[in-house]
Design a binder for this molecule. Structure first.
Ligand code: PHE
Ligand code: NA
Length: 450
């Protein structure tokens, strides 16, 4: 095993990198997951813990991960091996990269299933099915969808084919173009939805639910979910940001990029939450109704608002794009490893990993119907187990080790060379990454074990 600088394709400019990294961050995690886990965990107090995790864990790890990628200059296992050689530390650090590749594929296996729901809803909205629809029939439609393994498999397949297609096209031609149109579009339509929600009577209740903490509703389990979600939503701890960082050239500011990515991601999640809970409370639905929340609420709002057919169809198109730009970053670490270290062509590697992951996705599909009562980890279904294992264990563990590497193994000179932070920020960042971030992750882990 030796040192290899392998990543050659570079982003055309800093905006392209921020766009791609934001495209990875903003996805189903913001639109679908954040609202439903917030609903399940009682609202405000959970949101505060989540925001604290983004600030003190997510942001520092995000910056550390991009640093590792750029300095390592290759796919995650190789980048970590390069860095281990540079710092004369153990070669076993490459396993941290491998952990990420595996986590990425496990996440992708359920991510494309949920993205598939988005595709199904896009077509339903397009055909006018949501016009004037009642909350009750939206709920029934959703139940019918997830009760049908064949239909879910069809949409899951479509989502996976899209992903593999884009990734097989390579960094520049594939990734950059789609994302440039998607991000602003998503933002505009969320603003329109927010305007609609703000004019509804339930907006105040939604606001109150999200921002007024009731700590009696928060459990240690909820804290773990909030912390895991900070990793999931920022795409950190598994190498996606590392690979993207490896395509980033030297002169770009990593702290600035990190702030942009985390800021936009958080904003999108909070906007989605405000909109969805307005619909929840206006229609007397349950905030804690689980993974179906987005799909059981927004169609009701689109059905009632003027121009709802247009906005609804556009919205689900954007959900698909947002999911796709995250899905490609889930598979990219593995693809670049196969490509760079094993000499397997990009097309072939994407196809290989995509089809393996597609098969694993069948488990998630069946966990919503035929295998609903089959429990894998504790009392969790297959989908819940995969989500738990990756989001709450593998990503935080990966992120912890990345933080430790940058803070304790790399020297200040090496960090300075990558980050060039001005004086008070430099010490602040080093100390947060050295002590606060790792301790916070460990404490949350420990409390959940006990
Ligand atoms: N951040 C993405 C989202 O919020 C999901 C993701 C996780 C993407 C990990 C890449 C890596 O939807
Ligand atoms: Na996100």
């Amino acid at each position: 095993m030796s040192r290899l600088k392998l990543s050659t394709s570079s982003w055309s400019n800093q905006t392209a990198f921020i766009m791609a990294a934001t495209g990875s961050a903003v996805g189903l995690g913001n639109l679908w997951k954040f609202p439903y886990i917030t609903g399940e965990n009682g609202g405000g107090a959970f949101v505060i813990v989540y925001l604290l995790c983004v600030l003190f864990i997510g942001l520092p790890v995000l910056m550390a991960e991009i640093t590792l990628g750029r300095r390592g200059g290759a796919n995650p296992p190789q980048a970590l091996l390069n860095l281990a050689l540079e710092t004369k530390s153990s070669k076993w650090w490459w396993l941290l990269g491998l952990n990420g590749l595996i986590a990425g594929c496990l996440i992708l296996s359920f991510y494309t299933v949920i993205a598939g729901w988005g595709i199904a809803y896009f077509f339903e909205s397009l055909s006018g099915d949501f016009i004037d629809i009642s909350a009750k029939s939206v709920g029934e439609r959703f139940s019918n969808l997830i009760a049908s393994p064949w239909e879910l498999a069809l949409w899951h397949t479509l989502a996976m084919v899209f992903t593999v297609y884009v990734v097989s096209k390579g960094v520049k031609s594939g990734l950059e173009r789609a994302i440039n149109i998607m991000m602003p579009g998503l933002f505009v339509i969320l603003l329109i939805l927010l305007g609609y929600a703000a004019s509804s009577a339930a907006f105040a209740e939604s606001f109150h639910f999200l921002f007024y903490p009731d700590f009696s509703k928060l459990t240690w389990d909820g804290v773990l979910v909030a912390m895991g979600h900070a990793f999931f939503t920022l795409s950190i701890g598994m190498g996606a940001m590392m690979v993207y960082g490896s395509y980033l050239s030297k002169e770009y500011s990593i702290p600035k990029a990190g702030l942009w990515i985390a800021g936009i991601d958080t904003l999108v999640a909070l906007m989605a939450g405000l909109v969805i809970f307005s619909v929840v409370f206006a229609n007397h639905l349950q905030p804690g109704s689980g993974p179906g929340l987005l799909f059981q609420t927004l169609p009701v709002a689109f059905g009632k608002m003027s121009g709802g057919w247009f906005f609804g169809t556009l919205f689900f198109a954007l959900v698909i794009l947002a999911a796709l730009s995250s899905a490609i970053s889930l598979i990219e670490p593995a693809v670049s490893w196969f490509e760079q270290n094993w000499g397997i062509k990009r097309q072939k590697a994407s196809l290989l990993i995509g089809s393996t992951t597609w098969v694993m996705g069948i488990g998630t599909i069946l966990s919503f119907n035929e295998w609903k009562d089959f429990h894998l980890i504790g009392n969790r279904t297959i989908f819940e187990s995969l989500d738990f294992l990756t989001t709450n264990i593998m990503l935080p563990l990966g992120g912890l080790l990345m933080a430790l590497f940058v803070a304790w193994v790399m020297t200040q000179a090496q960090r300075d060379d990558e980050m060039s932070l001005a004086s008070p920020w430099k010490d602040l960042y080093r100390n947060v990454l050295k002590y606060i971030t790792p301790l916070a992750i460990l404490i949350v882990f420990l409390y959940n074990l006990l």
